[in-house]
Design a protein around this ligand. Structure first.
Ligand code: PAP
Length: 328
């Protein structure tokens, strides 16, 4: 039996362009969680292959005024928000009770693709002809690394992050699934140290969050700042807020038809994680769709982190977020 390689394409180190190789040779490097090395580009950590997508989309992506970009820190509920945004902006084309709703047969990552991890990884000029307007894209890029056309256009950004304790546990569990069998699983202690030092995919976590937090305060019409915990606690309120932010508020008629509730139901962890496509399907980049559905809860960190780890993370949070007005 051939061994199955669980590592997605964007984490693989081969097949980099000459331009990317040249850039990489100039960048600070540290050992990665799955791949051998992470590289620090514009203050944040990336894999070699992913960097190719980053520099390509920085150079070539031309945002339309109507584009909607979902930016998240990894493992903060990206898959969930992709589903929510897709269902929200396409609710006239695809009512939530539609038997053939695209979310029933496609993983949300297919419907809302990543710019730098998918569309621009292999192609400097991806084919956007099949994208309906508004085009929905996603990214994990920090604010300062976004393609310039995003700031120059009227396109909107929805930003999602999650408390760092659950983010870390979710990332640790996810990267363990991506490691080759012979590599074994990552030690919780070692990866925790790396996370605290900021050496994680698209880390440092705090700088990522603060970059968008400050911009969202300055430009609330451009960036809608959200948290996984907020979405879990008051999903209806936040879905309505998204509708208002994106210029597609729910109407009285829609309220009579319980459209908000319907969208939340189709996008719920129970519904999505039990669909055949998400139990058995795979992304073209190689990951099993099921790797994006683990527990979907707030507070799983309590089952993994020691008191010392919690204290350390809370202290970092206090120091980094001091004076920002942001709390987890
Ligand atoms: P990504 O950033 O790599 O795309 P992302 O979707 O953010 O991944 O991470 C998956 C997390 O969202 C998982 O959290 P956990 O490890 O703590 O369980 C996953 O379970 C959770 N998740 C996925 N879908 C949903 C959903 N519909 N509702 C709530 N949480 C979800």
């Amino acid at each position: 039996m051939p061994t199955v390689d669980p590592m997605p394409e964007y984490l693989k180190e081969q097949d980099r362009s000459h331009e990317c190789m040249k850039l990489i040779s100039t960048l600070p490097t540290k050992p990665g969680w799955v791949v051998t090395a992470l590289y620090n580009y514009q203050g944040f950590w990336h894999t070699a292959r992913q960097l190719q997508g980053v520099i390509s989309c920085q150079k070539h992506y031309k945002a339309h005024d109507t584009d909607i970009l979902l930016v998240t820190t990894p493992k903060s509920g990206t898959t969930w928000l992709k589903a929510i945004l897709f269902a929200l902006v396409n609710r006239t084309r695809f009512p939530q009770h539609h038997d053939h709703h695209p979310l029933l047969s496609n993983n949300p990552h297919v419907l809302v693709p990543f710019l730098e991890l998918k569309l621009y990884v292999d192609d400097e000029n991806p084919d956007f002809s099949s994208f309906a307007s508004p085009r929905l894209f996603s990214s994990h890029l920090p604010y300062n690394s976004l393609p310039k056309s995003i700031g120059d256009s009227q396109c909107k950004i929805v930003y999602l992050c999650r408390n760092p304790k659950d983010t870390f546990i979710s990332l640790w569990a996810f990267t363990n699934k991506l490691r080759l069998q012979e590599m074994g699983i990552n030690s919780l202690e070692e990866t925790f140290d790396k996370f605290c030092e900021g050496v994680s995919l698209y880390g440092p976590f705090w700088e990522h969050v603060l970059g968008y937090w400050h911009e969202s305060l300055k430009h609330p019409d451009k960036i809608c700042f959200m948290t996984y915990e907020g979405m879990k606690e008051q999903p209806e309120l936040h879905l309505r807020k998204l509708g208002d932010f994106l210029g597609c508020p729910f109407s009285i008629e829609e309220d009579k038809e319980s459209v908000v509730e319907g969208i939340l139901e189709i996008c719920s962890f129970d519904n999505l994680s039990n669909l055949k496509v998400n139990k058995e399907g795979k992304l073209s980049s190689g990951e099993d769709n099921s790797t994006f559905f683990r527990k979907g809860e707030v507070g799983d960190w309590k089952n993994h982190l020691t008191t010392e780890m919690v204290e350390r993370l809370e202290k970092i949070c206090e120091e980094k977020l001091e004076g920002s007005g942001l709390k987890f």
